[in-house]
Ligand binder design. Sequence first.
Ligand code: NAD
Length: 376
Amino acid sequence: MDLFDYADEFGPTKIIHIYEPSVGLKGILVVDNVAMGPSIGGVRIAPDVSVDECFRLARAMTFKNAAAGLPHGGGKMVIYGDPKMPKERKQQLMRAAAASLRNEESYIFGPDMGTNEECMAWVRDEIGRSVGLPRELGGIPLDEIGATGWGLLHATEAALHYLNSSLTNAKVVIQGFGSVGKHAARFLAERGAKIIAANDSRGTTFNPQGLDIAALFKLKEAGKSVADYPEGQRLERDEIVDIECDIWIPAARPDVINENNVHRLKTRLIVEGANIPITHGAEKMLFEKGVLCIPDFIANAGGVICAAMEYHGATAASASETIEEKISHNTEKLLSIVRAKNILPREAAIQMAAERINKAMSLRRWSLFSSAPHFI
Ligand code: NAD
């Protein structure tokens, strides 16, 4: 597969393979559509992400940034390796990756799985082009304040409003207790929801009476798994799919819900914290069953809204306000389209984003010179 196998009306504009033999760096950068502005997207450190997955993640960023009304296109980068590698090694790879993309100004580095604020500081030190920086460097530490979890809260509240329901005592299950999942759990619990199960890569904890979120934070800080929570029933990692609840939040990996396991979910509402956690086919099946599914690039845009605000000089307080306002508004708008047209929420979300991208593309200098696009 090469770039032209993916080419459609939006992109991708570039796929760059990076190889630096002196340090054993291997990576991929996909820059998708940049009509709205230079792309922002996370750098993921993982052993197993394909070009295809990287492209799909970049496309999700194009839609996410456009849907959120940010002056940025979508990109995504993968560095191959163990996300838990020693810090010194991570620094070496991050710095080498940044240096190799020094002149690739269509991409602004951001944090993602396996990378954090410190990694962004190293990139900034090398080439001056990253977001999600530590506070000391003028950053708004989005994982520390839980920017994406904050956005998920507001997407969930807007969706519950649409369903004539509320968060009070709503039973919530969280898959993945990392930067996204743990803060979503915290904010939802603060608003009266009952988090009855959570998991991480090592297992699941379940207690129908509700979990103590502060205790789970402490376990993770101590390097343990949420499955070690003493007041919960310990289950296998993937048994989390079977737990009956009102709201199910995937905040771990792509494609965790697919055509083979979607029938096991017993919930009314899914709010996608992770990127592309549910395959298209499975989302369709959920829609047909009447399960409302708020798509990733609407629900989890809190992190990138925060990052873009940081890039343009905003404070943490104004970023939080903007996340609340944009995500509540976008979720409501999305659901009004779903109601009016009876289409999949993802299709409605893509329509919202595509409208903005097409407008931006029509304003590009060279679009003056032809009346119709020429596709390959
Ligand atoms: P993270 O690395 O901080 O946390 C991931 C969590 O998922 C960890 O607890 C890990 O143990 C767990 N996990 C891994 N594989 C699992 C599996 N198969 N089943 C259950 N748990 C598993 O990552 P994060 O930053 O929280 O990101 C999670 C997802 O959200 C990713 O898809 C990421 O792209 C997406 N996302 C993150 C942000 C952000 O602000 N960090 C923003 C938007 C989207």
